[in-house]
Design a protein around this ligand. Structure first.
Ligand code: DX5
Ligand code: ZN
Length: 218
């Protein structure tokens, strides 16, 4: 089992509905929406208005990645908008726990995100409170970066940790995924794969087929 989540950060903002439709037709499993506030990361990206627009464009699950200083402020609105899952960074000021609890209280799937420099051990106390563990395989804030070396080892470590503990938490990866890096991430144990530029640049149908074929070989 794996899922391919298309990160709309790389979609054409002037033709978002067209690109979303193309990705859906091509067979992506979900859409990943990056919310950045210009504080947790220097960049500003989508806000909840884009989530609302996305909800009207597709029935596929919406997976929200919060790169914001105050994730708690977003949970209720996102739940009302009908997203499927919300992921919060371990590194947020004050820690991720209040937001994770709020996400679970709404009945949505909760995700904890670890930056590349954060150790897997940081996730240990949270495993009971989350459904997915999102490992950043680039530094957060921009699309189109190269997959960081050492990422596969980190995925393996996370997979080993969840297996030893009998945890059903799904390991998700985000950043630098393309047809070359995807097989390694999958083999290491990632089962939810976020890809932005590898889905939306040029021919979306061909891109999605290429990524899926890499996984079908496994
Ligand atoms: C980066 C974002 C990613 C981004 C991935 O901070 O969290 O979701 O869209 O883009 P690619 O797949 O192009 O590396
Ligand atoms: Zn993301």
């Amino acid at each position: 089992m794996f899922e391919l989540c298309a990160s709309i950060l790389a979609a054409d903002p002037e033709n978002l509905a067209r690109d979303v439709q193309a990705a859906e037709t091509a067979g992506v499993d979900a859409f990943h929406i990056d919310i950045m506030d210009g504080r947790f990361v220097p960049a500003v990206s989508f806000d909840t208005r884009v989530v609302r627009a996305m909800r009207s464009m597709t029935k596929k699950p919406l997976d929200v990645h919060l790169m914001v200083d105050r994730p708690l402020n977003y949970i209720e609105e996102l739940a009302d908008l009908g997203v499927e899952s919300i992921s919060v960074h371990y590194e947020v000021p004050g820690g991720a726990e209040p937001a994770l609890k709020a996400i679970r209280a709404t009945g949505l799937k909760a995700g904890l995100v670890l930056n590349p420099e954060t150790s897997i051990n940081a996730a240990l106390p949270y495993l009971e409170q989350i459904d997915q563990l999102l490992l950043m395989t680039v530094h957060p804030g921009h699309g189109g970066q190269a997959y960081l070396s050492g990422s596969n080892e980190k995925i393996t470590a996370a997979r080993t940790m969840t297996q030893i503990l009998g945890s059903s938490v799904v390991i998700q990866v985000d950043g630098g995924i393309n047809s070359k890096t995807l097989p390694g991430a999958y083999k290491a144990g990632a089962r939810s794969i976020v890809a932005g530029s590898a889905v939306f640049c040029e021919n979306i149908q061909q891109n999605v087929s290429r990524l899926q074929s890499k996984l079908d070989l496994e």
